[in-house]
Write a protein that binds this ligand. Structure first.
Ligand code: NAG
Ligand code: NAG
Ligand code: NAG
Ligand code: NAG
Length: 359
């Protein structure tokens, strides 16, 4: 099997795992990156890990620009699958929330779908990286009578979101995903569409060069922050908090649906150590306390060096968070997802080993 796959945003945290899994499965990959420099370290690693892999990179400077992907589809007329993981990067303090979030997120998705419509005649399946933010009902947190799942939608509307940066961010995710579903429906698109809706994404970087540039306030960075605490750390222990998943599972959910019609129209929702039944709901929930506890337990050498945590009854704290279920995803994919403690351990171990190697 050597079907050709377009992977947008190929240098991202999730995308590098996707790239690795695609090559391992024998696909030929065309990755888009914002600049040639972004592709350089990736090529170096791929030459080692996938010496026989078929891949190349194309530069798309601004994915939100009109016709941004036209040249790529005109050049690669044999693309069969498209994985749209790119999230536009246009953050500026002087810009409005609309310019920072809504416009880039929706225009990026629209831009890729329009290019497919115009030039991607052989495209059969498109997978779009969406977010749990597009699923979650923000005002029903901690309400066990409201279960967020693959069928629920964030009800936020832009008019209520625009004043606040965090709300603008979640709203933009919802609007970008909605745009994709509306686009294929209204335009009678012949390709199949699947979205992947991850909550907080944890886990190791595919390549350690990613550690050097792990950005602020990403899920990956929270493990680093926990490792940098001291025993005197005074909190907050309940923040960040939410539902977690493993980056390697998120990547799997991008690759698995390709060419499988049963995933047409599905939203796939990965959660750590998932299972069925109400008692299982808690397993994917995390807060900073839980990360600290996992680190103390799984890496005994850290005991006494990092914070032991500070919340006595963390189960009560976690129960205040969003209730969720992802049975549709686990039933249709038959995957068993990583356990949160293994995800956190693997991420922490990679950071510690990397730091030791830099000394
Ligand atoms: C998309 O999926 C449907 C089934 O949901 C199928 O009938 C159709 O042929 C698929 N399109 C492609 C291009 O595979
Ligand atoms: C359908 O396709 C056209 C042309 O590509 C696009 O401008 C339009 O927004 C699409 N419709 C929807 C509902 O997205
Ligand atoms: C899509 O299909 C419907 C029903 O067949 C039709 O009414 C509509 O005009 C089509 N839309 C486009 C953009 O071709
Ligand atoms: C990171 O998160 C903290 C706390 O949630 C917030 O105060 C800060 O503004 C964030 N920084 C960035 C760069 O987003």
């Amino acid at each position: 099997m050597s079907a050709k796959v377009l992977l947008t945003g190929a240098s991202g945290f999730i995308a590098l795992h996707v790239l690795d899994q695609l090559l391992a499965a024998g696909y030929e990959v065309v990755g888009t990156v914002r600049s040639e420099e972004k592709a350089e370290p990736i090529k170096k690693e791929l030459a080692k890990e996938h010496p026989n892999g078929k891949y190349q990179f194309e530069v798309v400077v601004d994915i939100a620009a009109p016709n941004a992907f036209d040249a790529v589809f005109q050049k690669h007329t044999d693309l069969k699958y498209v994985l749209h993981t790119a999230s536009p990067f246009s953050f500026g303090l002087t810009k409005s929330n609309e310019e920072n979030y809504l416009i880039p997120a929706t225009h990026g998705t629209k831009s890729v779908l329009e290019s497919i419509q115009k030039y991607g005649k052989n495209v059969e399946h498109v997978v779009v990286t969406s977010s749990f933010a597009a699923i979650v009902h923000r005002h029903r947190s901690g309400d066990p009578t409201f279960i967020n799942d693959e069928t629920t939608w964030n009800p936020v509307i832009w008019e209520d979101a625009r004043e606040d940066a965090a709300t603008s961010y979640v709203a933009s995710k919802k609007y970008a995903e909605k745009l994709a579903w509306d686009f294929v429906k209204d335009n009678n698109s012949t390709f199949n569409l699947t979205t992947v809706n991850p909550p907080y994404v944890f886990g190791p970087q595919k390549f350690t060069f990613g550690l050097a540039r792990a950005s602020l306030n990403t899920s990956a960075d929270f493990v680093n922050k926990a490792l940098k605490t001291t025993p005197e750390y005074e909190g907050p222990f309940n923040q960040p908090a939410g539902v977690a998943c493993d980056v390697r599972d998120v990547a799997k959910l991008h690759v698995l649906p390709l060419g499988k019609k049963e995933f047409n129209g599905q939203r796939l929702f990965p959660v750590s150590d998932t299972g069925y039944g109400i008692e299982e709901y808690e397993k994917g929930k995390f807060n900073f306390e839980k990360i600290l506890r996992i680190l103390n337990e799984k890496l005994p050498e850290l005991k006494g060096k990092i914070s032991p945590g500070g919340i006595k009854d963390n189960e009560a704290e976690l129960s205040k968070l969003t209730y969720y279920r992802n049975k549709i995803t686990t039933d249709s994919t038959k995957l068993t997802f990583y356990k949160l403690e293994d995800t956190i351990y693997d991420a922490a171990k990679q950071i510690l080993d990397y730091e030791a190697s830099q000394k």
